[in-house]
Write a protein that binds this ligand. Structure first.
Ligand code: AQP
Length: 332
């Protein structure tokens, strides 16, 4: 079975609709057909200041949400990034292969550091795409299911894998991005020109899956829509309505064309009311299941420990090969 690898940050508590529709939903589907490795990337979270206690709680919370969304530890390997120290070890080799200019061109870094200012930007935020390269290559992943915002980082991963293989001989699988055209980018409800995002969206623009249903419904009902009244998918002319249609189509497994027909002659209000209900209905059992996993931290922790053990078995082997290839002297 081809292998997939992906990760999600344990920052700010709840996952949002963009995380779920852009990434986690694909993870759940892929665990049936692929040898799937999924992780909570706690080391990546450290690129921005974190309260230690919150980080620990949010790491469990992220794992609980992944399980509640439908990941099955019998079908996939679910673990916490920092439990597999080989990631950071491989990352060093990758850093030494990356050009400074090449790393400087990462748009996520440019955007985030521009917002924070250089003095408040950590070197970790600069090098985090390279740790991500190591996260992927250490499992010899064939595909990486992520949102559109990660495409450039997967491209960097491919370049570094090819560079390493070219310099030292075939070592790493060169991975492909797995990004769905329909849901690769879910937009901010208040500003449908930008992606829904933890760090950049206003509270009204982001639907958090653990929010109270009423709060989510209110946000959906006050989503910015476009001039006119027609419910039609048109990313250019009607980005707000197109975003709502995408979310509804995905959550209900319905084609966009069918939805356009269903809402022909109806106003934006009808679409918003239905979507608010669908999101609430979806999120209610998700919230309950998340709470159940959190109520039993021992079971959750031991499940993550088992996942880390499975992941480590692969990571140790890849790291040993890579160390050998670059000429590091093995310790006796
Ligand atoms: N709006 C989105 N549409 C589609 N996919 C998205 N992802 C994030 N936002 C969207 C995908 O979710 C996965 C996990 O993302 P992450 O752990 O990297 O979370 P993030 O990038 O911190 O999430 P945000 O909200 O996008 O955070 P900031 O504000 O920090 O940039 C990834 O596969 C991501 O592509």
């Amino acid at each position: 079975r081809p292998r997939v690898l992906s990760g999600i940050q344990p920052t700010s508590g709840s996952f949002h609709l963009g995380n779920y529709l852009g990434a986690v939903r694909q993870w759940i589907a892929l665990q049936e057909s692929h040898d799937a490795f999924y992780m909570v990337v706690d080391l990546h979270a450290l690129t921005l200041p974190q309260d230690p206690r919150e980080l620990r709680e949010n790491t469990r919370l992220a794992a609980a949400q992944l399980l509640a969304a439908g990941l099955d530890p019998e079908r996939c390997t679910l673990f916490v990034q920092s439990h597999v120290p080989e990631h950071t070890q491989l990352s060093w080799l990758m850093e030494c292969l990356t050009g400074f200019g090449e790393a400087s061109r990462m748009t996520q870094f440019k955007d985030k550091s521009a917002k924070q200012g250089t003095d408040r930007t950590s070197v970790g935020l600069f090098t985090y795409p390279i740790l991500q390269v190591a996260d992927i290559l250490i499992y010899q992943a064939n595909q990486v299911p992520v949102g559109e915002d990660q495409r450039q980082h997967i491209e960097l991963t491919r370049n570094l894998a090819e560079r390493f293989n070219g310099r030292y001989g075939a070592t790493f699988t060169v991975p492909e991005p797995y990004i769905l055209r329909e849901t690769g980018k879910i937009y901010d409800l208040q500003d449908p020109a930008v992606k829904m995002s933890k760090s950049a969206s206003s509270p009204k623009g982001i639907v958090n899956l653990l929010d109270e249903p009423k709060a989510s419904a209110k946000k959906i009902k006050s989503a910015v829509t476009d001039t006119g009244t027609e419910i039609r998918y048109d990313q250019e002319e009607k980005p707000g309505i197109s975003n709502l249609l995408t979310i509804l189509a995905t959550l209900t497994d319905t084609g966009i064309a069918e939805l356009e027909q269903r809402y022909a002659g109806k106003g934006y209000g009808a679409l918003k009311t239905d979507l608010a209900e669908i999101v609430s209905d979806w999120a209610a059992p998700f919230r309950t299941r998340t709470r159940e996993y959190l109520d039993d931290p021992e079971t959750l922790d031991s499940l993550l420990a088992k996942g880390a053990e499975k992941a480590r078995a692969v990571a140790v082997e890849t790291l040993a090969q890579a160390y050998d290839k670059v000429g590091l002297l093995p310790s006796k």
